[in-house]
Design a protein around this ligand. Structure first.
Ligand SMILES: Nc1ncnc2c1ncn2[C@@H]1O[C@H](COP(=O)(O)OP(=O)(O)OP(=O)(O)O)[C@@H](O)[C@H]1O
Ligand SMILES: [Mg+2]
Length: 375
């Protein structure tokens, strides 16, 4: 465990960048440092690998004071990723990734093999291996940066706004990729961002810092959203806090009904039996949702998919959160959300009222224990 113990950083000009900060950074999890510009995030990160030395206090790793370790040994155990990737422009992608293993004495062929494997791991096409950084998109360069940081297989990854310079779509892809890699590799990651949504999505624990390098709150994201420590944190979390919090509640408690679901080849009797329902969900012959219709607009044997009202994006029943289910219901012309199984077949539908009830139940349950973490 990395332990930051009452650490202060005062730069020579008197600026107090970090003020008596204490954090216990859990192993094999993502801890996010978030806060406004200039609040001391980068300084904190750099104190962990001693690119910046604390003025007061102590940082320990597994109980050992970082000042008692040779800087090179310390940094070998810590991959470092920065905004714009910071790649060596005159080296190929493969050699960029192989840099650290080569410095540590790994043979060229072996280091390149490892680099190729890592390219796959971070979602880079092997065909890019021989290119130079300027021949890659910003998002691809960031992936190279992550691969390079992972190359020597360090237990710790320090990441300073690694995804800030790319557009929102690419950024989402990079975040998902990081979560996937983390599932596989279980690194101890300290991740700096000024984007609270990124913090909530990625963090197992989130430290909110305020200007002057003071800790405002250190908590799991669900707790941050439900119980911000003060007005600063609440303001920093921004709008829709309640809705965003629903991302942490699973949808597996929702009761789906199949009564309002019919296949496209439904017979007249089947339709007649459902004539009292306000809407029916029509599926294809494999059970995949096609769209909604009022029952009296459906004629057995003549159901046209083109005539149906869109059912939008269904939610993955039991795997998506209550937020996804609510979003689906709000956007649905029928006011009912469509739940699908892993194969995309309709598992059933659920009303807004039923979702609202599940939300109330989840709130009550979470009043004491922590809500289950769902991504
Ligand atoms: N070498 C330095 N000398 C003096 N002051 C510094 C130095 N480096 C950083 N600072 C100051 O310390 C404070 C914290 O800086 P830091 O870079 O840690 O902030 P940050 O949270 O990473 O900000 P950003 O989100 O803009 O990257 C700022 O007021 C900054 O101006
Ligand atoms: Mg910074």
């Amino acid at each position: 465990m990395i332990r930051i113990d009452s650490v202060t950083k005062r730069y020579p000009d008197g600026t107090v960048a970090v003020d008596r900060l204490s954090l216990e950074i859990p192993d094999r999890a993502i801890t996010v440092l978030v806060g406004p510009s200039g609040c001391g995030k980068t300084t904190t990160l750099r104190m962990i690998n001693r690119m910046v030395e604390p003025s007061e206090g102590m940082i320990t790793i597994d109980g050992v004071d970082t000042r008692k370790q040779p800087v090179n040994t310390l940094r070998r155990g810590m991959g470092y990723v920065i905004q714009n990737a910071g790649l060596f422009q005159h080296r190929t992608i493969l050699d960029n990734i192989a840099t650290v293993p080569r410095l540590l004495g790994t043979g060229k062929a072996e280091a390149r093999d490892r680099a190729r494997e890592l390219m796959g791991r971070v979602g880079l096409d092997a065909a890019l291996a021989k290119r130079y950084p300027y021949q890659l998109s910003g998002g691809q360069q960031q992936r190279v940066g992550v691969a390079r940081a992972l190359a020597a297989d360090p237990p710790v990854l320090l990441m300073d706004e690694p995804f800030s310079a790319v557009d929102p779509v690419v950024r989402k892809g990079l975040q998902d990729e990081l979560l996937r890699i983390q599932d596989e590799l279980g690194k101890t990651i300290v991740f700096v961002t000024h984007d609270i949504d990124e913090a909530v999505k990625l963090g197992t624990m989130v430290a909110v810092l305020r200007t002057g390098g003071k800790l405002a709150q250190f908590a799991p994201p669900a707790e941050l959203l439900s119980r911000p420590a003060d007005a600063f944190v609440e303001d920093f979390l921004g709008a829709d806090r309640g809705i965003r919090r629903l991302s942490f509640f699973p949808s597996d408690g929702l009761e789906l009904t199949t009564e309002a679901v019919v296949a496209i080849d439904a017979g007249a009797e089947q339709l007649a039996a459902r004539a009292d329902l306000p809407y029916l969900l029509v599926t294809d012959l494999d059970g995949r949702p096609l769209g909604w219709s009022e029952p009296d607009r459906l004629t057995a044997g003549e159901i046209e998919p083109g005539q149906l009202l869109s059912c939008g994006r269904p939610f993955a029943a039991g795997r998506d959160s209550l937020r996804a289910a609510l979003d689906c219901a709000v956007l649905s012309p029928s006011g009912w959300a469509v739940g699908v199984d892993a194969e995309g077949r309709a598992a059933g539908v659920v009303s807004q009222q039923a979702i609202a009830q599940a939300i109330r139940g989840a709130h009550e349950e979470s009043a004491s224990p922590q809500p289950k973490v769902l991504r």
